[in-house]
Design a protein around this ligand. Structure first.
Ligand code: KG4
Ligand code: ZN
Length: 350
């Protein structure tokens, strides 16, 4: 089976072709094209929805054509079209959904609507990524249920329990800022470029994580909720007291803030994994690209002698992409007629 995945929920315009073999055990990414309007948003320090959507209208066709060309795949070989229908920015979602509808009508192929949040989790089920130079293999086939999924992106921080495909229980989420949003807002306080996550990770390598004492909000609460706005406020207070921010202090703040965010995410996720006796832990979303987060998860699992395998998507599949949307469609294959699909910016876990 060959699936085309389209993703336009935020600022990316992404299309990917995946091939599914061996009773869904092998999901191979044949192409994964992503065009981002991020440089435009760096200038404004955040995404202006109208600007993002206008860029997506320009890029969706070239991105789609490149995805088909890279995969050496003709439209006739596509079995179905998976598309993100929510949550996200309405103007952006509409670009992907309307494109999918048009293709579905013109090519006579079914549409599978995909929840963007599931896409981040299903990035873990991809077993091979065909690059121009090499093939990356991942250990997707070993994922076992029940599992805990942590979605950490710019718009979401959610902890879910999955007993099987389609059997999902939402355990908790952020009450204010998302983890990625915390990285981005802290970056803004330090005059770093948007999105600040990757740069904070880089600067943190040179910094001392103990230099600033920052809070770990809700780390010990009995629920599975998160809160990051207090951490951002604490960093703002520290920054105010510093007369001049030099490179060393910036690196120290980055290291301290990153450690605070990572500590909370690891602690709460592991607590859920123990409580629900899960057989796998899956991370997903842009923040899952953070090496410190990956390392701390592994360390904590080892320290507690838990025999729970950790799965994290290949870094290029952590941030928004079309392959994860196509992969999610493989396991939640509910096709709808093109007239029935509607973008839903408020979509959550159902
Ligand atoms: O999943 P994603 O591409 O988009 C959303 O669905 O929101 O996530 C983007 C977020 C941004 O907030 C960005 O700062 C953060 O992921 N991010 C990172 C890293 N790479 C991206 N945060 C921390 N460390 C990283 N390496
Ligand atoms: Zn995302």
């Amino acid at each position: 089976m060959i699936i085309l995945g389209l993703e336009t929920s935020c600022d990316e315009t992404a299309a990917s072709v995946i091939e599914v073999n061996n009773n869904k055990k092998e999901i191979n990414v044949l192409s994964n094209v992503i065009s981002s309007s991020l440089p435009l948003h760096s200038k404004t320090g955040g995404i202006i929805p109208e600007v993002a959507a206008r860029e997506q209208v320009k890029f969706i066709i070239p991105v789609l054509e490149k995805a088909l060309a890279d995969a050496k795949c003709s439209e006739a070989e596509i079995d179905s079209i998976a598309v993100t229908y929510g949550p996200g920015l309405i103007g952006s979602l509409l670009v992907g959904v309307e494109t999918a509808k048009t293709l579905s009508f013109a090519w006579n192929k079914p549409i599978i609507p995909v929840n963007h949040l599931f896409g981040h989790i299903y990035a873990n089920f991809i077993s091979e990524i065909h690059n121009s130079e090499f093939i990356i293999h991942t250990s997707a086939a070993k994922i076992k249920f029940p599992l805990i999924g942590l979605i950490v992106s710019g718009g979401h921080t959610d902890l879910i329990l999955m007993k099987d495909h389609g059997k999902i229980k939402w355990l908790g989420g952020t009450r204010d800022d998302a983890a990625g949003e915390a990285f981005d807002k802290i970056g803004r306080l330090l005059n770093l470029k948007y999105p600040a996550g990757p740069e904070i990770e880089n600067l943190a390598k040179k910094g001392n994580p103990k230099a600033f004492t920052l809070p770990r909000p809700m780390i010990g609460s009995a629920d599975f909720d998160f809160s990051f706005s207090g951490l951002k406020a604490a960093v703002a207070r520290e920054v105010k007291t510093i007369e001049q921010l030099n490179n060393e202090t910036i690196s120290d703040i980055c290291a301290s803030a990153q450690e605070a965010i990572v500590n909370v995410l690891v602690k709460k996720t592991i607590k859920a994994a123990i409580k629900f006796k899960v057989k796998s832990i899956l991370l997903g979303g842009g923040v899952a690209a953070n090496q410190k987060l990956r390392d701390e998860f592994k360390l904590e699992i080892r320290n507690l002698k838990l025999e729970i395998p950790l799965f994290v998507p290949e870094k290029s599949l952590c941030t928004d992409n079309g392959a994860m949307i196509a992969a999610a469609a493989v396991f939640n294959y509910k096709q709808v007629p093109w007239k029935k699909i509607m973008a839903n910016p408020e979509l959550y876990f159902d």
